[in-house]
Write a protein that binds this ligand. Structure first.
Ligand code: SF4
Length: 363
């Protein structure tokens, strides 16, 4: 930790330790300050995990983990320059580009995922933003997958307000759009768009009535202050994302971030715990990078408040633990797959947008 931040955290802790504890215990907040978040990061590891676990138990079954499956529906040849991503056309990673899949192929994969216990099916396409004609096909995929009784999620890059509305009208439940890191560090990672572009798409998604899935990546060379600032951005949104994926960088040869120093596992767990405290009602997803994690580290992440994973052998284009390994780990930890919420109402035509409207009408 930089000395200046450490000093200010310790000073802050010395005077307001009680208020941090009280803050962590209070109702869901959207007014977190950066200093409060830095103070959480500076807590002794056991104190931080205790607070996170306590809050986790208030809002969730501590032994349930939500399972999503992610399929790449259009792979590679992306014009963007995200330095961590093997799908960028700018880097030579040996990845084979693939056009948008057919609806029947996506449906077959979704059925397989459902039969393996996934309740949410996420479809990822390597676009800067989708063209309207691509959306026609993707909307057919969304309708088909919802017909299986699964929640749907898509990650297609930047959207216009009109595109977000089309997806919501089609019944898309979640839209994933990660902010990746802090606003300050963002330009070190991506130059083809800016942080505000991300926030604009997130706003369109919310305004259209969809659930938001938004998180970041740890291990890109960012500092502790960047991790705190990234979580500060998420925790001070008018509505917290319902889903917060925390990824550990998967280093792919040929990408500019290949060769970065590995993240200290305890630092990674701290990010999960702080996310849990700041956004206690969100599903915090232990996302990319699990193949590099021992079972013990994953167990610690679940204790710190992670309660969602991607299940399946691929995460878009990088490896994910084998499903048998996940089943064995769940059995050893006494963890079970979280069932769909009773109000999910899938396959009946009520997507997130309609439910959002229903909620608004009744409150
Ligand atoms: S992260 Fe997404 S937008 Fe960035 S290069 Fe990869 S596919 Fe393209």
């Amino acid at each position: 930790m930089p000395a200046a931040i450490e000093a200010s955290c310790h000073a802050y802790l010395g005077t307001t330790m009680h208020s941090v504890t009280a803050a962590a215990d209070s109702a869901v907040r959207h007014d977190w300050t950066l200093a409060e978040i830095q103070a959480l990061f500076a807590l002794p590891f056991n104190d931080l995990l205790y607070q996170a676990q306590r809050l986790h138990r208030r809002y969730f079954d501590p032994n349930a983990v939500q399972i999503s499956t992610l399929l790449s529906i259009k792979t590679g040849a992306c014009p963007e320059d995200c330095k961590y991503c093997p799908q960028s056309a700018r880097y030579h990673t040996g990845l084979k580009a693939e056009a948008l899949l057919h609806v029947e192929d996506v449906l077959a994969q979704a059925k397989l995922a459902r039969d393996n216990g996934a309740t949410r099916f996420c479809m990822g396409a390597a676009y800067r933003g989708p063209k309207d004609k691509d959306l026609d096909n993707i909307i057919s995929m969304i309708r088909a997958v919802r017909g299986l009784g699964m929640e749907t999620c898509a990650t297609l890059g930047m959207l216009t307000a009109a595109q977000a509305q089309r997806l919501a009208d089609a019944g898309l439940d979640y839209y994933n759009h990660n902010i990746d890191t802090s606003e300050d560090y963002y330009r070190e990672i991506i130059t083809t768009r800016c942080f505000q572009d991300r926030l604009d798409t997130l706003r369109y998604v919310r305004d259209a009535g969809m659930h938001v899935c938004c998180g970041g990546i740890i291990g890109m060379g960012e500092g502790l202050s960047d991790r705190a600032a990234m979580l500060h951005t998420l925790a001070t949104l008018p509505e917290h994302p319902e889903s917060v994926p925390i990824n550990q960088l998967v280093q792919v040869e040929g990408t500019p971030l290949h060769g970065r120093a590995a993240v200290d596992p305890f630092d990674f767990i701290r990010v999960i715990a702080v996310a849990r405290i700041l956004m206690p009602k969100a599903h915090v997803r232990l996302s990319a990078g699990r193949t590099q994690m021992h079972d013990e580290m994953q167990a610690l992440a679940f204790f710190a408040g992670a309660n969602s994973i991607f299940y399946g052998e691929k995460l878009l284009t990088t490896d994910n633990p084998e499903q048998d390994a996940d089943r064995r780990l769940f059995a050893r930890l006494g963890i079970h797959a979280e069932a769909l919420a009773a109000d999910a109402d899938l396959g009946q035509g009520a997507g997130a947008a309609e439910k959002h409207e229903q909620r608004r009408a009744t409150t």
